[in-house]
Design a protein around this ligand. Sequence first.
Ligand code: ACO
Length: 379
Amino acid sequence: MTTTDEIKKGLAGVVVDYTAISKVNPDTNSLLYRGYPVQDLAAHKSFEEVALLLWTGELPSEAELTEFTAYERANRALDGRVKAAIDLLPIDCHPMDVGRTAVSVLGANHPLAGDSSAEAELRKAKELFAAFPAVVAYDQRRRRGLDVVEPREDLDYSQNFLWMTFGEDAAPEVVDAFRVSMVLYAEHSFNASTFTARVITSTLSDLHSAVTGAIGALKGPLHGGANEAVMHTFDEIGIDKNESREDAAVRAKAWMEDALAAKKKVMGFGHRVYKNGDSRVPTMKAALDRMIAHYGRAEMLGLYDGLEMAMDEAKGIKPNLDYPAGPTYHLMGFDTEMFTPLFIAARITGWTSHIMEQRASNSLIRPLSAYNGPDQRSF
Ligand code: ACO
């Protein structure tokens, strides 16, 4: 008979496997990608370099980076079959449904769909990385009644992502904040979506199926969906561009006190692993601060600080990465529903790295359950 103590609800505290991809250390509030602190990578490396680091284990040489950059730029255009599939989806469906469908269509059409060799997996990962921004950009544009903007080979990943979405060159500060968000969102060990990808891979299913499943897991508000939920909170409090930082903070604080009195879970706060703050937040908050200064939106900082302070005072719960990321994407001009698809674009790197790692040392993931239904009976 299994005792309640033996059941690890939500697999909390359970170590399921080794990984050499990232190390989350809640005691020191640190996160390493292949040994490198994520804040150092965010300060000094392009997202393309970080992607190669996650996939291969090492930062690329100049020649390797040049080769990958050329490949990535050559694989950016929106696939006509993907566009046709997106056009069949209702304009008001959730953009995560669009992302999930797009990956599925790309997988069904991939010439190496059934090839799970390490070389084929890496090629599929690189192509998905290159292809996904056009999906987000097109979906954002079609929701605004706008047409596709073709990618440009003279731009890097982040510049081109913003170009395809908004049809204009983004300011260097904006490109940099976007790049930082991609680097921070790229990888985070055995979180729910990555574990989903590993479970699917463990059945010897294909890479695109694993990523499609991971997107389903990421969509939920307890995971990636929290970045858009943060913005809904800001909207519910009310954003007034003319309000002072101080007044906005007072209103946000009052909103949080009411929400906590009503026992609400406030998205963007708390973490299963970090209990004293998310290692990625200081770097993302600094990027948000730069965007607030760039767009001259001090009232957003008031809302941010007011909520954070009230939550800290009442429950001591700290913000997670989604908290500064949501308002950052809002200021850049993305619709709120597009925030979690941006998380997909970044996490494709982490997911596909885990898919390759799982594949290289596979064991079917199949836990046990304790039955608590009726005893055997006859009808
Ligand atoms: N708002 C209010 N209370 C909270 C919050 C929150 N965001 N997070 C945790 N708590 C409280 C819980 O109510 C619970 O209190 P209780 O013991 O009095 O019942 C206690 O803290 C423990 O919370 P759990 O949900 O049991 O902790 P768990 O480790 O399972 O949860 C989780 C982690 C799911 C992330 C949780 O903090 C949460 O729901 N946060 C909001 C969703 C969110 O922001 N998700 C993003 C995750 S990070 C990412 O995907 C980049």
